[in-house]
Design a protein. Structure first.
Length: 507
C-alpha cells in the first residue's frame, strides 16, 4: 500500500468538520443536532453578545416531533401557550371573523406561541459554550483544494470540510458563493433580483400587565387578536407570566416598497418614535390604547424591521450550503420562517450523517440530497406564508375581498386541506428514535429513514382506529431497529469525533 492510499483511507473514515456561520435559530438548531450525532462543528456569530430581541414566534407539528426527539418539548411548553385561532377585528373594533388552526386531535401537536428570546435561550443552553464564538463577523469565504475557509473581520481564518451559511436573509456566505457562480455564468437570473419589501413592522414584548385590565392574560391559551386599519395593522398576543407580545405593521404600496430598497432590513433595536406615534392612540382590541402596551416595553428591546420575502433557487455550491432565511426568506403570516430553518437543519444533518467519506464529491452529493428533499416543501411554506400574510395584514381592495371570502364563506374542510400539507410534512432526525404520530393526519414518509420504519410510519398514520396497537408496534420498531442502529452509530461517531476535532483548524 502506498502512502497516498493510506491518507485516502484515513480521510474516508473521518467525519467532516463543519463550520456554521450564524447563531440564529437555524444555526443553533443544527449545532444541537450535530452535537447529538457527535459530529465536529463550530458556530461563528458576528454579534458580540446575545440580543434578546423579537416578539412572538410559533412552532407546530412540522418541527415539534424533533423537539420531542431532542428532549426539548417539555422545556418549550414551560414558556409557551397553545393557540387555536386568530381573531381579526375591523378598524371599528368589531370582530370580523376568526381563522382556526388544525386541532390537536388531528395534528397530534399543539400550535405553540411564545416569545422568541425564550426559544433562543433554550437552544443556546443546549449548545456547549466552546462550540460557539461570538464577535466573529465572517467577511469572506473560499474553497481551496477540497477545504473551506472563512475569513473574519478580526483577521482570523478558520478551516473545515463543510461550510453552512445560517447567516440570515442578508447572508454573506450566500453572496460569496453567488459571486463564484456568477463568474462561471451559473447563477439563475432570479437569484440576482432584489428582495421584495411588503411591510414595515415593529415588535416588542410588554412587561407584566394586570390581568384585571386584560382578562385575556388569565387564559391558558394564547389569544391572538389582530386589528385592521387603513394600511395599518396591530396585533396583541398573551404569553405566560402576564406578558403581551405586540406587533404594529404598516403595509407599503408598490412605490413605497421600491423606495425602501436601499434600507437595512435586519432585525435590530431601532425604536422609531414616528412609527410609534402613528399607532399609540389607536385602540387595543383588549381595551385601552396600543400606546399603553407599547410604552410598557423597554425601548432597547423594541425592534423594527422591513418585512421582505425571497425564495432563492441556489442553495449550495461545492462544499458550501445554505439553510434558513439565507435561502428562503418568508413573510411572517403563517409563522413558518423558524420552522423551515429548523427543518433545513434536520434534513441537512441527516444527509451529512449518511456520507461515507468527506471527499468534495460526496459532500456536494449530500447537499444535492438535502436540496432535493427540502426545496418543494420550503417553496410550499413560502407560498403559504405569502397567502396568510395577505389574509391577516393585507389592506388592498383585492386582499380585503380575499379575506371576506376566506373568513366568511370557506367551509372548514378547505382550511383543513390548506393546513394538511404543512402538518403532514415532519422530517425527523433519522438517527434518533422517532417521535410517534399521535394525531389522525397522515404523515409523509421520510426519504432518509430505513425502509422498515418508513413502511411502519405510514401504516400507523392510516390506521387511526387501532392506534394503540400501532403505538406499541411503532415503539418496538423504533426502539428496536432504530435504537440499535443509533447506538452502534453513536459509539462509532463519538470515537471518531474525538479523533477528528482537530480538523476544525484555526489558521
Ligand atoms: C434579532 C432577531 C429578532 C427576530 N425577531 C423575530 C420575531 O419577532 N418574529 C419572527 O417571526 N421572526 C423574527 N426573527 C427572524 C427569525 O428568527 C428567522 O426568520 C428564522 O428564525 C430563521 O432563522 P435563521 O437562523 O435562518 O436566521 P436569523 O435568525 O436571522 O439568524 C442569522 C444569524 O446570523 C448572524 N450573522 C449574519 N451575518 C453574519 C456574518 N457575516 N458573520 C457571522 N454571523 C452573521 C446574525 O447575527 C444572526 O444571529 C428575528 C431574527 C433576529 C436575528
Amino acid at each position: 500500500m502506498t502512502a497516498a492510499q493510506v491518507t485516502l483511507q484515513q480521510q474516508q473514515s473521518r467525519r467532516p468538520g463543519i463550520l456554521i456561520v450564524g447563531a440564529g435559530l437555524g444555526g443553533l438548531f443544527l449545532g444541537i443536532i450535530l452535537e447529538e450525532l457527535g459530529h465536529p462543528y463550530h458556530i461563528f456569530e458576528r454579534a458580540t453578545e446575545v440580543r434578546p430581541l423579537g416578539s412572538t414566534m410559533a412552532l407546530g407539528p412540522g418541527i415539534l416531533p424533533v423537539f420531542e426527539q431532542l428532549d426539548l418539548l417539555k422545556e418549550l411548553e414551560k414558556f409557551a401557550l397553545p393557540c387555536h385561532s386568530v381573531e381579526i377585528h375591523n378598524a371599528n373594533m368589531d370582530l370580523f371573523g376568526s381563522i382556526k388552526f388544525m386541532e390537536r386531535e388531528r395534528s397530534g401537536y399543539p400550535n405553540l406561541l411564545f416569545e422568541r428570546p425564550d426559544l433562543y435561550d433554550l437552544l443556546l443552553r443546549r449548545v456547549p459554550k466552546d462550540r460557539i464564538s461570538m464577535g466573529k463577523k465572517v467577511l469572506r469565504t473560499e474553497e481551496v483544494s477540497g477545504r473551506v475557509y472563512i475569513h473574519c473581520a478580526d483577521n482570523t481564518t478558520y478551516e473545515g470540510d463543510i461550510l453552512v451559511g445560517a447567516d440570515g436573509a442578508y447572508s454573506g456566505v450566500r453572496q460569496s458563493i453567488y459571486r463564484e457562480l456568477m463568474k462561471k455564468g451559473m447563477l439563475p437570473k432570479s437569484d440576482h433580483e432584489d428582495f421584495s419589501v411588503a411591510n414595515i413592522s415593529m415588535v416588542g414584548v410588554a412587561e407584566k400587565q394586570d390581568p384585571k385590565k386584560y382578562p385575556q392574560l388569565n387564559d391558558k391559551q394564547a389569544n391572538f387578536s389582530t386589528t385592521l386599519g387603513h394600511m395599518k395593522t396591530r396585533t396583541v398576543i398573551n404569553i405566560p407570566d402576564n406578558r403581551i407580545c405586540w406587533t404594529i405593521n404598516i403595509q407599503l404600496s408598490k412605490e413605497e416598497a421600491k423606495a425602501q430598497h436601499f434600507r437595512n432590513s435586519e432585525w435590530g433595536p431601532e425604536s422609531n418614535e414616528k412609527m410609534i406615534k402613528e399607532f399609540e392612540q389607536l385602540p387595543c382590541p383588549w381595551g385601552g390604547t396600543m400606546g399603553e402596551i407599547i410604552h410598557a416595553t423597554p425601548k432597547h428591546l423594541i425592534s423594527k424591521v422591513f418585512l421582505e420575502e425571497k425564495f432563492f433557487k441556489t442553495w449550495y455550491h461545492g462544499q458550501t450550503v445554505l439553510i434558513g432565511d439565507a435561502c428562503h426568506k418568508m413573510l411572517p403570516g403563517a409563522g413558518l420562517g423558524a420552522v423551515n430553518a429548523m427543518q433545513d437543519a434536520v434534513v441537512l444533518a441527516n444527509c451529512i450523517s449518511k456520507m461515507s467519506d468527506v471527499s468534495p464529491q460526496n459532500i456536494t452529493a449530500a447537499f444535492g440530497q438535502y436540496y432535493k428533499q427540502r426545496y418543494r416543501h420550503a417553496l410550499y411554506s413560502f407560498t403559504m406564508s405569502r397567502f396568510w400574510t395577505k389574509m391577516t395584514y393585507g389592506q388592498t381592495w383585492s386582499e380585503r375581498l380575499l379575506r371576506q371570502q376566506v373568513v366568511n364563506f370557506t367551509p372548514e374542510w378547505v382550511y383543513f386541506m390548506l393546513y394538511f400539507k404543512t402538518a403532514s410534512y415532519r422530517p425527523q432526525i433519522a438517527w434518533l428514535p422517532l417521535a410517534e404520530n399521535r394525531g389522525t393526519v397522515r404523515i409523509l414518509p421520510q426519504d432518509d429513514i430505513g425502509s422498515e420504519t418508513k413502511a411502519d410510519m405510514s401504516k400507523s398514520r392510516f390506521k387511526i382506529k387501532s392506534k394503540s396497537k400501532n403505538k406499541s408496534r411503532n415503539k418496538e420498531q423504533d426502539q428496536g431497529y432504530i435504537c440499535e442502529q443509533v447506538e452502534k452509530e453513536k459509539t462509532k461517531q463519538t470515537m471518531e469525533s474525538k479523533k477528528v476535532d482537530d480538523h476544525l483548524l484555526i489558521v
